[in-house]
Write a protein that binds this ligand. Structure first.
Ligand code: FES
Ligand code: FES
Length: 338
């Protein structure tokens, strides 16, 4: 706007009711309208003589109420409102981990509640109890769902409900499903609250796709939250489980914390090389580093990775890869080093 030409705020911003913003003067046009007023119209139309205007967002509420008949007419709706529906229960049979359970459930009861409180099946954890964390993830007909939110009453029509207890094949670490074993041996957990949910969501993914990319894993596990932040190990656990499910030999480096016979532990490489490199462009976050480290570890010959947003120090087996190969792998993963 040119200097000196300002003539007041536009009409939409003006608090002056007499200024229409277009140079007109409404003082003289504010005339009582001929014909029906809104009140007259309501009276004559016999529309219950009640008008309620609500402008949400502006906080403005206007009510125009013609007393007598209107109030009498309005009251019965509230007074005669039907009482809340009585609590209803339903008899059904839940198919959980291949076993049938006859139960009577409140129609508002979640699957998690029925399993834990009625059946004593502590096969899934409760985190948020509001469909936000995924700790309670179980499968219904192969689809991951939040047990805290899915209603039991809707799952008694032959749906197959699967929990971590239903995917084991036998006792001990060797009897665990590859996904469970990978989380255990790879250390994809700390407190464990989220773990059963992650295991079931990963299981659902790997049953459909046993060669997922890291992005596909992240997408499939997007509904699961780990407050302990074990995401890099969760990612590598899922990759190792996928490899085992594809029939590949899997090597775990995490120390076993069980009396079971070792499943597969890497033999130390005598002449392994470790060297620190500086990223040509520092990473934005430590999470980016975690993703990169997890992907680099999957390359043949890479034995371990340490580092930060600025530097990375891979350890490699010189019989399988040399320094140029390590640099090339980092560049291929989008993070060249000096
Ligand atoms: S406990 Fe069900 S989603 Fe968190
Ligand atoms: S291991 Fe603690 S929340 Fe995931």
């Amino acid at each position: 706007m040119a200097e000196g030409k300002f003539s007041g705020p536009p009409a939409a911003l003006s608090t002056d009711n007499n200024n229409c913003g277009n140079g007109c003067d409404e003082k003289s046009t504010e005339q009582p309208r001929a014909g029906l007023s809104r009140r007259d119209f309501l009276k004559r139309s016999n529309a219950g003589a009640v008008a309620v205007g609500v402008m949400t967002g502006t906080g403005f509420t206007a009510a125009l109420i013609e007393p007598a008949e209107a109030q009498v007419a309005a009251k019965p709706a509230a007074a005669n409102a039907a009482p809340p529906a009585p609590l209803k229960s339903r008899k059904l049979t839940l198919d959980i981990d291949g076993k049938k359970h006859d139960v009577t459930v409140d129609v508002r009861e979640s699957l998690w509640e029925t399993m834990n409180y009625q059946l004593g099946l502590a096969n899934s954890n409760l985190g948020c109890d509001r469909a936000q964390c995924g700790a309670c993830t179980i499968l219904v007909d192969s689809k991951p769902v939040n047990g805290c939110t899915v209603l039991s009453a809707r799952n008694g029509r032959g749906q197959k409900i699967l929990t971590v207890a239903g995917i084991t094949k036998g006792p001990g670490v060797a009897g665990l499903h590859p996904v469970q074993r990978a989380f255990w041996l790879e250390g994809g957990f700390q407190c464990g609250i989220c773990t059963r949910g992650f295991v079931m969501a990963s299981y659902a993914l790997l049953e459909k796709n046993n060669k997922p990319t890291n992005d596909e894993i992240k997408e499939a596990l997007a509904g699961n939250i780990c407050r302990c932040g074990e995401y890099p190990k969760i990612l590598s656990a899922v990759q190792k489980a996928a490899a085992e499910m594809r029939g590949e030999k899997v090597v775990y480096t995490a120390p076993l914390i069980t009396g079971d016979a070792p499943v597969a532990v890497a033999a130390p490489v005598a002449n392994a090389i470790t060297k620190q490199f500086e990223f040509a462009a520092p990473l934005g976050t430590i999470e980016q580093y975690d993703d990169l480290a997890s992907e680099l570890k999957q390359r043949p010959g890479i034995l371990g990775v340490a580092g930060s947003e600025r530097t990375i120090a891979p350890t490699w087996d010189p019989a399988k890869i040399d320094e140029a190969g390590v640099r090339r792998a980092l560049a291929e993963l989008g993070h060249a080093v000096r």
